[in-house]
Design a protein around this ligand. Structure first.
Ligand code: ATP
Ligand code: MG
Length: 660
């Protein structure tokens, strides 16, 4: 336990009952969790297989696994459960599927699938906004672990009553498809555990010690699940920071931190006050800003690092100018200060802000990595590979079957597929099963039948493979044997574009590193989980991500771009209580930086062809002026820095071309 401060040591050693570590950013909360896991294993208090640590995002779980891997080795590391709430829920349902009325290999529906069902069940002709609102209401009910009946009882408005009605039929539909949605991954385990004390006791035998990071972001259902797993004795350590609660819009309830003390009267609370991450000026900015929010728990963070560089506030002309400055600064710092690419992060409020940044980085040949799953998973080759995986995992999934059989195209046309669908429906079979039955094949043209037979053969072969290799190994084999890779090659004009698209498939494979095999069911489920969240960690590249996605991470150099009123705080959040959440978001952004922090805003933006003027974020005025270096406030220093940068660029160019 060397290398920890006194309260951290205390938090690691304490196993006398439930423990809450409540502390500000960068104070070592996550470190306490990883050290505690190592300590519990090393001291023999709990076997690794009885310890579970829960985080919020796949990225955070991956990070934690990496941190723990340095402290816990071999089988013990393998046996630990380090996962998100959702993947823990998934594991639960895979084991207890019969109790949840699910068949083995059930599917997980993502939000597109969900919207399709809701659209089908809702009054015809509803606009998308109305459909989204129904979707949100259903999800909110599920996040509070309400059954359709309870949601109907709790409904106050016509819209809520309508949503509750659809919720009931929506669940029936999921059941018929042998599927669950993301919210069910929490709600179903919770309902089963609450209804059956024997089952709950069994699971507490399995998970004897529970650790939860970012506890402030649990929603109602997750909090109750946590209580079920920790049991009345509360064998758990929760860590959190109410100032970093930024997921209210997804149902997070930071008051759960206080609720813990009510539910566990013997709760021990430990506070950490030393920040190990940020330099003094960055930390003062963070402290001063967050002090503007009303506080239930006062936290005063201090740092031993010196003052460090002033925090730069950049006034740019527009977002392109902003992007160019960011890229140039990164280029300069990388060259002159030898800061690796992976130590830079550019953070923004909304994902749409990434485009000019990507362009500026590309221009300077700076490697970058954009976090945000949807875009990647929307790429054709990735989507196709995904559907193949789903076919392997779940023969019932007709939608996946239809996409997979067209990638690559076989001698199976739309008419054949319609015929097959009709026959399958009459026989009560999924299409992929019907496609393998001789009786059906005889009714088709010989060419179509041959095409279907070939497809079935490939699927069967790959199913065998899937049982034997790890998921990460399966993906490239699947791409090869399904003909997907050949198809992609035939679609590409040149080798470079083929390599780019192939790299996407390889990346898909890397998403599964860390999954523990266990056949195709686990595989597709894992993939569905990932599609809802974030993608694999890149090696050495500048990170672009939303402020929300950056929670828990740290970088030497951080740029927060788009610090304008209307963007951060967002215009939709200007009412008082939401403004506090926006301030917390800014706090999260600022506290990601270890050494250098840049806050950039633009003077104008083009919208629908017209130029709009923008005001700097009100949060910038809330920062301590003495720790900032604003554009134009110190012309001498700026000129000197400009010269220095110019020289560094010349040096870089000289090095590139080998001239003196
Ligand atoms: P956040 O609220 O942003 O999630 P956190 O409280 O979880 O932050 P950590 O990420 O655990 O903080 O720690 C922040 C940094 O400080 C990490 O680089 C960690 O290694 C370092 N750190 C934590 N405790 C100590 C310590 N006692 N000595 C040296 N470094 C420490
Ligand atoms: Mg943390």
């Amino acid at each position: 336990m060397s290398g920890l401060n006194t309260p951290q040591k205390e938090a690691v050693a304490y196993t006398g009952g439930p423990l809450l570590v409540l502390a500000g950013a960068g104070s070592g909360k996550t470190k306490v969790i990883t050290e505690k896991i190592a300590h519990l294993v090393a001291s023999g208090r709990h076997e690794a297989r009885h310890i579970a640590a829960i985080t919020f995002t796949n990225k955070a779980a991956r990070e934690m696994r990496e941190r723990v891997a340095k402290r816990v080795k071999g089988d013990d590391a393998e046996n630990l459960t380090i996962s998100t709430f959702h993947s823990l829920g998934l594991r639960f349902l895979q084991i207890e599927h019969e109790r949840a009325n699910l068949r083995r290999g059930f599917s997980i529906f993502d939000s597109d699938d969900q919207m399709a069902i809701i659209k089908d069940l809702a009054t015809p002709g509803l606009k998308n906004d109305a459909l989204y609102s129904l979707h949100n209401l259903i999800s909110a009910a599920k996040n509070n672990a309400l059954s359709p009946e309870q949601a109907a009882e709790a409904a106050r408005s016509a819209r809520e009553r309508e949503a509750a009605g659809i919720y009931a039929r929506y669940q029936a539909r999921l059941q018929a498809f042998n599927a669950v949605d993301f919210d069910d991954l929490i709600r179903l385990p919770l309902t089963l555990l609450e209804a059956d004390p024997g089952l709950a006791a069994g699971w507490r035998e399995r998970i004897r010690y529970l650790l939860v990071d970012e506890c402030q972001d649990t929603n109602g259902a997750q909090y109750r699940l946590l209580k079920q797993l920790a049991g009345p004795k509360g064998h758990m350590t929760c860590v959190g920071d109410d100032d970093q609660s930024i997921y209210a819009w997804r149902g997070a309830q930071p008051e759960n931190l206080d609720q813990l003390a009510n539910d566990y009267p013997n709760l021990k609370v430990i506070k950490l006050e030393q920040n190990y991450r940020c330099t003094g000026r960055i930390l003062r900015c963070a402290n001063t800003l967050i002090a503007k929010n009303p506080h239930a728990h006062l936290k005063q963070l201090w740092s031993q690092h010196g003052d460090g560089e002033p925090v730069r506030v950049w006034q740019c002309r527009n977002n392109e100018h902003e992007a160019e400055r960011v890229a140039a600064e990164i280029h300069y710092l990388h060259q002159a200060k030898e800061i690796p690419w992976g130590e830079f992060a550019i953070l923004f409020r909304g994902n749409h802000q990434s485009r000019p940044l990507e362009k500026a980085l590309q221009l300077l040949r700076i490697p970058y990595h954009l976090t945000g799953g949807t875009k990647f998973l929307d790429r054709a080759e990735v989507k196709d590979a995904l559907c193949w995986l789903q076919v392997l995992a779940n023969p019932d999934n007709d939608a996946a079957f239809l996409r997979a059989i067209a990638a690559p195209k076989r001698e199976v046309g739309a008419t054949t597929l319609e015929k097959l669908a009709a026959m399958a429906q009459t026989a009560g079979l999924p299409m992929s099963v019907a496609a393998g039955q001789i009786g059906f094949l005889k009714q088709l043209t010989p060419r179509a039948a041959a095409g279907l037979e070939e497809f079935t053969r490939i699927v069967e072969r790959l199913r065998d493979v899937a049982e034997k290799v790890t998921p990460a190994e399966l993906v490239p084999m699947l791409a090869e044997q399904s003909g997907l890779l050949a198809m992609v090659r035939s679609q590409c004009k040149d080798e470079a574009s083929f390599q780019r698209r192939k790299a996407n498939i390889d990346e898909l494979a890397s998403w599964f590193e860390g999954a523990r095999g266990g056949g195709p069911g686990e595989l597709a489920a894992q993939l569905a989980l990932l599609s809802n969240a974030d993608r694999g960690e890149p090696g050495n590249a500048v990170r672009l991500m939303s402020l929300h996605a950056a929670k828990g991470l740290e970088f030497k150099v951080v740029f927060v771009v788009g610090c304008e009123d209307g963007n951060l705080p967002h215009e939709a959040s200007l009412e008082e209580n939401r403004l506090e959440e926006e301030r917390r978001l800014m706090y999260v952004g600022i506290t990601r930086a270890k050494e250098r922090l840049y806050l950039a805003h633009s003077a104008e933006i083009k919208r629908w062809g017209a130029v709009e003027h923008l005001l700097p974020s009100r949060f910038l005025d809330e920062l301590p002026a003495g720790d900032l270096l604003r554009d134009g406030s110190d012309p001498e220093r700026e000129t000197a820095e400009k010269k220095q940068r110019g020289r560094a660029h010349m040096d870089a160019i000289a090095a590139l071309f080998g001239t003196d």
